[in-house]
Design a protein around this ligand. Structure first.
Ligand SMILES: [Fe+2]
Length: 301
């Protein structure tokens, strides 16, 4: 079964207006908006679907308050949907909605769904990096445009807190074909990627006593966009959670912000790519393996 990546994520939140404001400031484009729903899109059409925590139509929550309700994984074709339905229906409920989306739940009770990928292929932004001595990537006589809006291109990964990482990871590996790119020793964390994706991780399971959403990451073009996007969020009064910095595992730049959605939201860029030639690494769970470097910014005021 060929899973490509995150096609949509549904969140149930206690303060819909705050969530709406956050994602607009984060740079997502408005989808359908109303009193009980706030839909957003990245450039490639991945969706963030925000609903009130008490919305009766939502998949059940793993905890109280604001949190993730369902992750929709995009697959390559209907054949993949059929394979997933056959596999998951061995031991859990699976149902197909009117739009052909399969819905079920993982071993921790997080809602999972699958649909033929709806994301658009967006042409990558040109590489603006000028390395000394190399042919210029940013053309001669072209300064950086610091007024360019930061628009996340896609969802990069979701990070879930689970009490038993190895057990939870086995479900995604054995039943859904996820690959284990890297792991923290002692069952502290598992970096997993979709079988049909070469991004270092599309799902990270992190050990936590209580289940919940740790964060969702969004791809932006480069380090400058991580910084400019974060600067914009600071100016709007949102509080940073971690960074800016650069991860060791995955090599991606990061800047996390606290959100009103039950977890942080991350701007990220320049992640490692991996295929089945990658050999899984095991890491000690300690700060120097989390960030190669990181700075701390405080919001104005
Ligand atoms: Fe992340």
């Amino acid at each position: 079964m060929r899973l490509n990546g995150l096609d949509a994520v549904t969140l149930g939140v206690e303060d819909l207006e705050a969530a709406r404001s956050f994602y607009r400031n984060f740079g997502l484009a408005d989808g359908a908006q109303g009193g009980a729903h706030a839909d957003f899109e990245t450039l490639d059409g991945s969706e963030i679907l925000v609903r009130g925590a008490n919305d009766a139509g939502l998949p059940s929550a793993v905890r109280g308050g604001s949190t993730v309700r369902e992750m929709v994984w995009g697959v390559e074709s209907k054949d993949d949907l059929a394979a997933i339905a056959a596999e998951l229906s061995k031991d859990r409920q699976v149902y197909e909605d009117a739009e052909g989306v399969l819905h079920s739940a993982d071993d921790d009770g997080f809602g999972i769904a699958f649909r033929v990928e709806r994301r658009r292929k967006v042409p990558p932004a040109p590489n603006p990096l000028n390395i000394f001595g190399a042919t210029p990537n940013r053309p001669i006589n072209t300064p950086v445009d610091f007024h360019e809006a930061v628009r996340p291109a896609a969802m990069a990964h979701v990070v879930l807190l689970v009490p038993d990482v190895e057990r939870s990871a086995r479900f995604y590996q054995d039943r859904l074909g996820f690959r284990l790119t890297d792991k923290f020793k002692g069952g502290k964390g598992a970096f997993l990627r979709c079988s049909n994706s070469t991004y270092h991780h599309t799902l990270f399971l992190l050990q936590g006593e209580e289940r919940g959403l740790h964060h969702i990451a969004f791809h932006v073009t480069d380090f400058n966009q991580v910084m400019m996007g974060g600067k914009n969020l600071l100016a709007k009064g949102w509080q940073p959670a971690f960074g800016p910095g650069r991860h060791v595992i995955g090599s991606n730049y990061f800047w996390y912000f606290q959100s009103p959605c039950g977890g942080a939201m991350e701007l990220t860029a320049d992640m490692d790519r991996a295929d089945d030639g990658w050999i899984t690494r095991e890491w000690d769970y300690k700060p120097e393996n989390t960030a190669a470097w990181s700075m701390t910014f405080n919001a104005p005021g």
